[in-house]
Design a protein around this ligand. Structure first.
Ligand SMILES: [Zn+2]
Ligand SMILES: [Zn+2]
Length: 422
């Protein structure tokens, strides 16, 4: 009798999973309730080092330059970390791997992921030496491969091929916990961003770690529209010689009403999520101040960064909470202190997100907004998102105005924008 019941249950389960697949209902990778995840964008000056913790597991993405190894070690120890499940070194530039030998020496390290680009210089050799000393093998993860960190999942997005420069060879990944996701692209430039787009993977993310420290050669328009973040974090050094972040990137973020956080202004930034909402330990930046290249070690491509335009300021400033760009919060950003931002105020009419129901069913079928000239929705033919005409982040390229109904647009494969929730 028990056996039969179990068999029936098994059949029912199989049928429901198959049905779920057929109806294209996403089956969660990790069905358990999301554990608290914290993403620490550590202030390592000009460079990257991001610590992710989730349910007692830890991952470090990049390790700053070789002057930052000890600071990273101290920070990790303060967080009571003894073991890293993953050390991901996005690419072999010194501002990403320099501090890694200290981390490898001082902590237990599980998997070490590196880009497929090798460098023949001292910093890289030191890294290889430290790995050899502890007999740790390197791995270049394959695109679309998945890993878990507690209840969070890590999906590798790049590099899917070889490039002739280290930046484009960066490992890119989407980190997801519950319904909230974070995107990391290292220093990948436009070519690499386009290659990520070509994979067709859904790269939309709540938090976008801005590519290449806010360089104008990353965060290209199409790519940014596909990410469509609420929040953006820029890791760069105060007064860095490259002029990061560049004005063009800040303008892209500003005109789409994204809340920006900068390590050069705020120090270490910690984002926390329970899988439903995201909060930051510091207020968003309101400075919109681009860096000034000073030549010196800056490369030829960083000349004459323009000041940000002021025309769009009133709109985007209205969507950001009170911030104190001038007052630098305490460098030790271990505990969340200041305002909890559940959903950005950019979309005040958005109903709270239902965790289980598919997004497309959240609204009544007849909720077509008032049409102007018959215009019902604005489509992005490339990212396949559709927006209310009043949305703050309407596409500037690949835009198509539609007079069709919501149902008809969805039947063509479009998905509603997460901000305006059309
Ligand atoms: Zn870099
Ligand atoms: Zn780089």
């Amino acid at each position: 009798m028990k056996k039969i019941t179990r068999k029936v249950l098994y059949v029912l389960l199989t049928v429901s999973v198959l049905l779920g697949c057929a109806l294209n209902i996403p089956v969660p990778v990790n069905a358990a309730a999301p554990e608290q995840m914290e993403v620490h964008f550590m202030d390592v000056g000009q460079g990257d080092a991001t610590l992710v913790t989730c349910g007692g597991h830890a991952m470090l993405i990049d390790a700053g330059d070789d002057t930052k190894g000890t600071a990273i070690q101290n920070y990790l120890q303060k967080q009571k970390i003894t073991k890293l499940d993953y050390l991901i070194l996005t690419h072999p530039d010194a501002d990403h791997i320099g501090g890694a030998p200290v981390v490898i020496t001082k902590f237990k390290v599980g998997n070490v992921f590196v880009s497929n680009f090798e460098k023949d210089n001292k910093t890289y050799q030191k890294l290889i030496q430290s790995l050899d000393d502890k007999q740790i093998k390197l791995l270049t993860p394959k695109v679309n491969s998945r890993y878990t960190l507690g209840t969070a999942s890590i999906t590798i997005l790049a590099p899917g091929k070889t490039y002739d420069n280290p930046n484009d060879s960066s490992i890119a990944l989407l980190l997801k916990n519950g319904n909230r996701s974070f995107l990391f692209t290292g220093d990948a430039g436009e070519d690499a961003e386009n290659d990520i787009l070509k994979t067709g993977t859904d790269i939309s993310a709540d938090v976008y770690k801005v590519g290449h420290h806010g360089s104008r050669y990353s965060t290209s328009k199409d790519f940014f529209q596909a990410v469509d973040p609420f929040y953006a974090v820029i890791s760069c050094g105060e007064g860095n010689s490259y002029g990061h972040p560049h004005a063009e990137t800040l303008n892209t973020l500003r005109t789409s009403g994204v809340m920006v956080y900068r390590t050069d202004e705020a120090g270490t930034i910690v984002a926390s999520t329970d899988g439903k909402s995201v909060s930051f330990n510091v207020p968003a930046s309101e400075s919109w101040k681009a860096g000034e290249p000073t030549g010196g070690s800056a490369n030829s491509s960083t000349k004459a960064a323009a000041k940000p335009k002021t025309s769009a300021s009133s709109k985007s400033q209205a969507t950001t909470p009170a911030a104190s760009a001038q007052t630098k919060p305490a460098a030790d950003a271990g505990q969340a202190a200041t305002p909890t931002v559940n959903e950005p105020s950019a979309a005040p009419a958005t109903p709270p997100q239902n965790e289980t129901a598919p997004a497309v069913e959240e609204k009544p079928q007849d909720s077509t907004p008032p049409a102007t000239n018959g215009l019902t929705y604005v489509l992005n033919v490339k990212t396949k998102k559709f927006h209310n005409p009043s949305c703050h982040s309407l596409p500037t390229t690949n835009r198509q105005d539609s007079t069709e109904s919501r149902d008809s647009i969805i039947s063509q494969g479009y998905v509603p924008c997460k901000k305006c929730n059309p």
